[in-house]
Design a protein. Structure first.
Length: 343
């Protein structure tokens, strides 16, 4: 399953071992190449190593497309973005390139630009959000990919929105991401229909916690989570399990992203939690949580990691949707990942 069309004509795109390699980056490149003179592209991303995709953005800018790109200048793995940053900096995207680099005094509390937002004005206004970074390249650097994980082949998700309110709000967010000084001015929400989006950093950070605290017997929670550490979110998941909620989690197979102590604490509370271990070391980079209770099903997804940095520092996007079709699609994806682990 690589994509699903929803009734509102939006789509969900999945990457993973069962999908064509580089599917998500190919979708982004097709969208870039399709924007005509006078159109606009607004992106925010964390890792960006894909030189062909960078060349497509440069070509779009040169043919008369307004390209606004916000990119993390000091990611956790420092060498990752250097080559693409050099390419883009040499061109400048007609002034549309913005490299996120907090000053020296703020490095210890640096809010990484971790959101992944890809907006296009043509053929009709649309934006894709989710967990995917264009962090692969051809030819590949084996040392870097061993550190980052092969996101072009690992589990990822992008959800497309064409709703005018959501597209307008996401484009405005990308236009205004400048760094630490904007952290609370940007901490707002947008809502349309069954969808609500939270921008981080924000003063009130525990958005999912309130939902989890209401859950008990009869509730069901499923999640594919790349980053999960001990903290308030893990505590809320454990407490829900102790109150009788059914909790099933699939998490990334590294100690750095998901410490064993967090797994042990959750398992001790009754959470069924498994590490995703692929024979080719492909990553589980998906970040979604499904919650089903008497009120219905809710999907949570975006760039948001279940750790302190995402909750309190980073520029992140967290999406909640109560759309039953979208929830059903993500539920099927969770079942497919679980089945893959059992095969």
């Amino acid at each position: 399953m690589s994509s699903i069309t929803l009734p509102d004509m939006s789509e969900i795109f999945f990457g993973g071992p069962d999908c064509p390699p580089r599917l998500l980056r190919d979708i982004l490149q097709q969208r870039v190449d399709a924007v005509p003179v006078g159109g606009e592209i607004h992106w925010a991303t964390y890792y960006f190593r894909d030189r062909a995709l960078a060349r497509s953005l440069i070509a779009a800018s040169r043919r008369g497309v307004k390209v606004v790109l916000h990119i993390e200048g000091r990611p956790r793995h420092a060498p990752a973005n250097r080559e693409v940053l050099a390419m883009l900096s040499n061109d400048g995207l007609m002034g549309g390139l913005h490299i996120h680099r907090p000053g020296r005094l703020l490095r210890k509390v640096q809010p990484y630009l971790h959101a992944k937002i890809y907006a296009f004005s043509h053929p009709e206004p649309a934006v894709l959000v989710g967990s995917f970074n264009p962090s692969g390249d051809v030819p590949e650097d084996s040392e870097i990919i061993a550190e980052l994980g092969d996101q072009d082949r690992g589990h990822n998700m992008l959800v497309e929105y064409k709703d005018r309110t959501l597209v307008r709000g996401l484009v405005r967010y990308v236009q205004r991401v400048h760094g630490f000084a904007d952290r609370f001015r940007l901490g707002r929400t947008i809502r349309s229909g069954a969808t609500m989006m939270w921008f981080y950093p924000r003063l009130h950070t525990r958005v999912i916690n309130g939902h989890l605290r209401r859950l008990g017997g009869g509730a069901r929670i499923r999640g594919a989570i790349s980053h999960l550490k001990s903290g308030s979110l893990a505590t809320c998941l454990a407490a829900a399990a102790r109150r009788g909620a059914s909790v099933d989690l699939i998490v990334h197979d590294t100690e750095r992203r998901v410490p064993e102590e967090a797994i042990a604490a959750l398992a001790a509370s009754g959470v069924r939690i498994k590490r995703y271990a692929h024979p080719d070391q492909l990553p589980l980079h998906a970040k979604f949580l499904l919650i089903e209770d008497a009120s219905g099903c809710t999907a949570w997804f975006g760039s948001f990691n279940y750790n302190s940095r995402s909750q309190h520092r980073n520029h992140e996007l967290l999406v909640r949707s109560s759309d039953p079709e979208l929830c059903a699609v993500i539920d099927r994806r969770f079942a497919q990942i679980a089945a893959e682990m059992s095969s």
